[in-house]
Design a binder for this molecule. Sequence first.
Ligand SMILES: Cc1cc2nc3c(=O)[nH]c(=O)nc-3n(C[C@H](O)[C@H](O)[C@H](O)COP(=O)(O)O)c2cc1C
Length: 348
Amino acid sequence: MKKLELCGFSLGSAYIEHGLVLAPMAGATDYAFREVCRAHGASLVVSEMVSAKALCYEQRCKKKNAEELSRTAPLAAVRKEELPMAVQLFGSDPTFMAEAAALLESGEYFGCKSTAKPTAIDINMGCPVLKVVSNGEGSALMKDIHLAARIVRAISDRVKLPVTVKIRAGWDKNSINAPELAKALEDSGAAMICVHGRTREQFYEPGADLGVIADVKRAVKIPVVGNGDVCSASDAQRMYEITGCDGIAIGRGALGNPWIFEEIIAATEGKEYKRPPIGERLKVALAQTERMCTEKGEYVAVREARKHVSWYISGIRGAAEARNRINSVESIEEIRKIAEEISAFSED
Ligand SMILES: Cc1cc2nc3c(=O)[nH]c(=O)nc-3n(C[C@H](O)[C@H](O)[C@H](O)COP(=O)(O)O)c2cc1C
């Protein structure tokens, strides 16, 4: 097998080996999943997106029972064990963004459950969701390079932590501006850029345009992380060869398959990789669910774990029927029972 030459890059005081990043995914990259991905080779993990405004507002309404009301602080929690880890902020107001970044850096905010500072503050300039872009946030920032640059400047002037930015190719096919935007963000203090090779208009289909990522790589000196459709070591090889990227961010390809990071690391040594059998994989899914229960309580955790467990079994024989059962489980005991049955009867 051809050796994959990904080396990695420095980010502040951390070294991101092989540049292998778990991409931020709202509703998926919680602490439990990040921990699993770190254990299987992701060298940088990123939180779900956190609203800068909500984090700041929660500081202003410290009521008696506000800890229970705090929805945002838990999303931003950083554990020492998962470092290197970046917290992703979204918003469009430079003042709120800088204020939220300062709260994250100090850890002195209401409801903070962090046991470490994040490795970096990541800024979301890629979210395509209407609710977000209609507020001028997420990928809408790509339409206003001046404002996008002011946000990065405001944050990097305020905190010592490195500031990274996740962008798309552009807003739509008539306004591909990722290289120009990336250069402006670098000039404003960004320490790394992650590019998802699609426009906002494309959401998540069709295939990512790796040519735009290559153009960004040529436009800046800071590390560039390529993102889009990497689901195997050969996809990673293609991403690296076409773009010359310094790292690769993996989103959907890691859902139910954290072994993708080990597969890519094996490729950097020129080795083939075979992921463990389904019984072993489901043990990891169960450990992840147990961690979710500890973090969020069984009621919430089990409901959120349904989709994760379904991802873990995708592709195996009988997956459709098992998924129907998983979709209505109410307890971790039920998940454990289904996992045992699958492990006993399924082959890959
Ligand atoms: C369920 C889901 C949630 C996502 N949430 C975020 C997010 O919170 N912040 C962000 O920058 N990107 C988010 N993304 C985009 C991913 O980080 C990534 O850019 C995109 O999925 C393309 O990469 P992939 O082909 O490896 O999945 C999300 C994607 C998915 C599928």
